[in-house]
Write a protein that binds this ligand. Structure first.
Ligand code: CO8
Length: 374
């Protein structure tokens, strides 16, 4: 069995930013317009009126202050309330492949390896822009990599599940290296007209380069072990699949085509599941939580991360021990824990242990225990 390490990460961050205040202003204009246009139905009690959103609520409930998006103008237009992305010709690079390419180039640059050294590309994300051909194969082509590529989806846990798949293949010797890429255009499947969730998500793409320990020539993190778990739940769900047009209502705009969740239930059920998972992973390795120098958690909600950190460490973690990036990026689904890992892996000493953990729809939870090798 070969040993495996992470020798590079890359983050593609869209230039356009929506602050909470901008988001709330647009939502409230939409709500006022909706209430005016439906005033008779609302008066008769046939339609519920829409309440205003609030920046103070958003920050208090989530810790989010802004999000990056691929298209701001459509989302903030009260007559549109969704991103407006240009149609691309079939022979032009897809939008996800383009984001992925940027992140992959950055990850490879950090690892000091050319694209020709990449044996496998896994595009692991919560929604893919099409079913086939796999986006991973398009990225492989744009990058000039060899080997093979495939797409996978485990919602917010896609990155860690992808890292486990890549690690196992490298260990076994079927590949020498892999790029695990997470292009997330969450803005495309978020219901911006629903105040309960309109603030939650943002867009980004991350890439993680893994290779055999004996081929590395850059600072790196050795992967000690990975652990994945799933447990079925409908509390986070999106019903927009290819069978949609075969339903009686066909493709008409309906709420369940976008992200739906029972936020409170998710919060209550996922926090214990994740903290227990992390403690079990450490126990499998004969480790105590006190031996962890850093926790790079999924970035869904600050209060959620505070709970998990306290449960795992038995005390409130320092901000530097458990870095959050969600204040700037919001929830970026599978990419969140990798942004935290990529942006906050400094000030570690040789042999320090850290853990990347993502969790979400499924339910799913994945953790990657790493050791900094300098
Ligand atoms: N402004 C003002 N008031 C509001 C707003 C708003 N925007 N939204 C809700 N309120 C009101 C509610 O109506 C409610 O009022 P009342 O008490 O009168 O009924 C009150 O505020 C409290 O509402 P909630 O109970 O909903 O508020 P919470 O404190 O529970 O916070 C959260 C809501 C932030 C959603 C919280 O429950 C949470 O973070 N839960 C966990 C969510 C989570 O982690 N989900 C994981 C999803 S990610 C994932 O798995 C990947 C899926 C694939 C990606 C999809 C991309 C689109």
């Amino acid at each position: 069995m070969h040993k495996v390490a992470i020798s590079g990460t890359g983050v593609f961050t869209p230039e356009q930013i929506i602050t909470n205040d901008e988001l709330v202003k647009a939502f409230n204009a939409y709500a006022d317009k909706f209430n005016f246009e439906n005033r008779d139905l609302i008066e008769r009690g046939d339609v519920a009126s829409k309440d205003h959103s609030s920046s103070d609520f958003i920050f208090a409930a989530s810790g989010i202050t802004q999000r990056h998006v691929m298209n701001k103008s459509g989302i903030l237009n009260p007559d549109i309330m969704r991103p407006q992305l240009q149609k691309r010709a079939d022979d032009a690079p897809g939008i996800m492949a383009e984001m992925a390419l940027d992140a992959c180039i950055k990850a490879l640059k950090q690892s000091g390896k050319p694209a020709s050294d990449v044996d496998c590309i896994i595009v692991a994300a919560s929604n893919h822009e099409r079913a086939y051909p796999a986006i991973a194969i398009e990225v492989q082509n744009l990058l000039g990599a060899g080997g093979f590529g495939f797409d996978m989806n485990v919602a917010c846990s896609s990155a860690t599940f992808g890292i486990q798949a890549a690690t196992d293949m490298i260990k076994a010797g079927s590949i020498r290296s892999a790029l695990v890429v997470n292009p997330e255009i969450c803005s495309g499947h978020l219901e911006w007209r629903d105040r309960d969730c309109h603030f939650i998500f943002g867009d980004v793409c991350t890439a993680t380069f893994l290779e055999r320990l004996d081929t590395i020539n850059a600072p790196h993190f050795e992967i000690i072990s990975t652990k994945c778990a799933t447990q079925f739940s409908n509390n986070i769900r999106n019903n927009n699949g290819f069978l949609r047009r075969s339903l009686p209502a066909g493709l008409t705009d309906q709420r369940d085509m976008q992200f739906m969740q029972e936020g409170r239930k998710v919060f209550k059920q996922v926090v214990p599941m994740v903290s227990e998972h992390i403690l079990n992973h450490l126990a499998d390795e004969g480790l105590e939580a006190t031996e962890l120098k850093r926790l790079w958690l999924h970035q869904a909600n600050k209060a959620m991360n505070d709970f998990i950190g306290r449960k795992v460490l038995g005390r409130t973690p320092e901000a530097s021990e458990q870095p959050n990036i969600l204040q700037d990026y919001a929830n970026t689904s599978s990419a969140g824990s990798i942004i935290a890992f990529s942006h906050h892996s400094d000030n570690l000493n040789k042999d320090d242990l850290g853990l990347i953990c993502s969790f979400g729809a499924g339910y799913s939870v994945g953790s990657v225990l790493v050791k900094y090798a300098g």
